[in-house]
Design a binder for this molecule. Structure first.
Ligand code: G6P
Length: 365
């Protein structure tokens, strides 16, 4: 088993460190810089897609939520994202031209399978964004976009998440180009940024000693709050999910602008608040949210873009991540949050790879 872990103490840590090459695998041969598009080998007619329903559970659901921003921004197609266990029972309205995208690492999650079947019964075209080759889901969808993350053993998903995000970016790029909503120059710029991702994630991994130090400081906290806006709202949710899954610390996530409608009441000097404050259209507004947390004595751990010196004056701790296209920032920013959850869980003596009550893949309802 030690050999399988490649010298790492846990599968989860090994998988976190595999992310640079996983991204290389996901994106690799598919990016076509010349044409400013992607080659995905799908039989789907991009012009027939009028709306998208994304169906997924857990971490894959947050990948779908990031996908909504990508698809709506680049391909200008309306996207709904549903937790699969809700979608399958809510009698969803499936209009003509609906593409149902099921996202799943295992391809065996029963709720995701059933939600996909429901969309199919109602006439949706289907696409799976899947890791496991030959899984049930791959046999039930019309098209598969493999994420090529390799086997994931740790129950808490890490490399499959970043690979799902990269796959959704590829899909949005391809759809946007085919539908004429994404200009060639902008597409080329995005492709150049996507090509940098493996290296940028490598750089984000180098922040581990700092993250370990922050974990040391806060691992006794009873609760954590995670905040982010726009495409980084799902990153906040994924960060909170990782922490609760493996450390059993109560963690909540909120879109930062919604904090004033409730969670702000929780803030006091004991609450660590992780804020995704990378460069992007809502950067200034996120800074105001940080000030709101500080005014109530919350402890701010900011994830910010390399070079943003100003934020040091606002946050107790700053974890810098490399600069990248704002729509791709979740891929780089989630890395320190995975490491934070990992370091805290280790300090608390938790079973990182086999957390209590959780299964790698949930095949019964
Ligand atoms: C379980 C796992 C999660 C995973 C979710 C969806 O809850 O513990 O890590 O995100 O299932 O799994 P899937 O295989 O469909 O991506």
């Amino acid at each position: 088993e030690a050999a399988e872990k490649g010298g790492f103490p846990h599968y989860m840590l090994k998988e976190i460190y595999e992310q640079p090459w996983v991204l290389e695998n996901t994106l690799g041969g598919r990016l076509k810089e010349e044409e400013g598009s992607a080659e995905l080998g799908l039989s789907l007619d991009p012009l027939a897609v009028r709306r998208v329903h994304v169906l997924a559970c857990g971490t894959a659901f947050y990948a779908g939520w990031v996908g909504k921003y990508l698809l709506e921004t680049l391909a200008r197609v309306p996207v709904e994202v549903d937790v699969a266990s809700e979608y399958r029972y809510r009698d969803p309205v499936v209009e003509e031209g609906t593409l149902a995208i099921a996202i799943s690492q295992s391809g065996e999650t029963i709720d995701t399978l059933e939600a996909l079947r429901e969309a199919k019964r109602k006439g949706a075209r289907t696409l799976g964004v899947i890791n496991a080759k030959g899984s049930t889901l791959t046999r039930e969808v019309e098209d598969v976009l493999y994420i090529h993350a390799g086997p994931e053993i740790g129950v808490a998903s890490t490399k499959a998440y970043t690979a799902m995000l990269a796959a959704m970016a590829l899909l949005a790029l391809w759809l946007g180009r085919a539908r004429g909503t994404l200009a060639e120059e902008e597409a080329r710029r995005l492709i150049r940024e996507m090509r940098k991702l493996p290296r940028l994630v490598e750089e984000a991994l180098e922040k581990r000693p700092l993250v370990a130090h922050i974990a040391e400081k806060y691992h006794q906290a009873q609760d954590f709050l995670f905040l982010g806006r726009h495409v980084q709202a799902p990153t906040a949710y994924e960060g909170a999910l990782k922490l609760k899954e493996i450390s059993y610390i109560h963690a909540e996530a909120y879109p930062a602008g919604e904090m004033k409608h409730g969670p702000i009441a929780l803030i006091d000097e004991h609450l660590p608040v992780v804020v995704l404050a990378t460069e992007g259209p809502l950067y200034e507004k996120t800074l105001s949210n940080i000030q709101e947390v500080r005014a109530r004595k919350g402890k701010v751990i900011a994830v910010a873009t390399e070079g943003d010196e100003g934020i040091r004056g606002l946050a107790q701790d700053v974890i810098y991540v490399p600069k990248v296209h704002p729509l791709l920032a979740p891929i780089v920013s989630v890395v320190p949050l995975q490491l934070l959850a990992y370091e805290i869980a280790v300090l608390l003596g938790r079973d990182v790879d086999q957390p209590r009550n959780l299964a790698k893949s949930v095949t019964v309802e």
